[in-house]
Write a protein that binds this ligand. Sequence first.
Ligand code: GDP
Ligand code: MG
Length: 314
Amino acid sequence: MDLNDGIIAGDVRALARAISLVENGDPAAVPLLRALFPRTGAAYLLGITGPPGGGKSTLVDRLIAHYRGRGLRVGVIAVDPSSPFSGGAILGDRVRMQKHATDPGVFIRSMGSRGHLGGLAAATADAAAVLDAGGCGIVILETVGIGQSEVEVAGMVDTTVLVTVPGLGDDVQVLKAGTMEIADIFAVNKADRDGVEKCVIEIEQLLGVREMDESTFLPPIVQLVARDGKGIAELADAVERHRAYLSQHGRLERRRNERLRRQVRAIITGRLGEWAHAKLTNDVEAGENLADLYRRKTDPHTVAAAVLRELGID
Ligand SMILES: Nc1nc2c(ncn2[C@@H]2O[C@H](COP(=O)(O)OP(=O)(O)O)[C@@H](O)[C@H]2O)c(=O)[nH]1
Ligand SMILES: [Mg+2]
């Protein structure tokens, strides 16, 4: 069975190999992704994001069980931009999700920052496409980190769940710093701890100042004790409601089309960046025009303008 057929059959080893190709920027990944693309689009992409230690992996483990119970194949990509590890499951994730490790209907993979020329986000999008083609009805992206990586993930999925926990101290500041807007659903995890009500009220207050009209989806706030499996059905229900909302008036299609356009842009800017890098190293930095610059007979703007003119960019 070749790789393509293996993926379509949902063979776990074939999926793992394909994602390794994607991760390593292997040239064989591109024809593979091209062949798989017509078979994508059926998976629902769910993003779970929030601060480290918030219980995301624990929650994902419970969600896997939930969706398996509904007969779906489940793909999970745990993205950790701060981790040099990739190609397997990060130890903590493996421990947290281990009871699904032998289930052929579940595929779990961690991706770290190592070796992605086109960027971690691009590799993650391609890995999600592989799982989509492999028949996963739901693909869950777990991202660690605050800020940029959360925003990137939000752009890659259909529904974003922002996990927060009471008593972090800075949790609401974190939300204020721009990650608030990305949440389709708020999950207040570790609701067994003190301060849950305060946390919920703070989110409600922040949501209250948001501009809305009658067509806006008001993000639900779901309380969880992921460790004990409490609130999982409610969260899955909120995801369903958001999905139903998106399905109305073509919102889901628009969101996905926008994602595809961004993917094209990312591929092009990635290639342009590589090209420019090579060009600069070979033509500019090795060029004689720099001697005059070093002697201050010319200036950086003039040197740059001359190179750009040569390239037809003025
Ligand atoms: N008290 C409490 N602890 C939890 C809950 N959910 C997860 N944890 C614990 O929080 C820690 C971090 O969990 P993990 O899932 O690895 O968090 P992640 O870094 O966001 O993926 C672990 O020790 C979990 O057992 C919960 O609902 N209540
Ligand atoms: Mg985790």
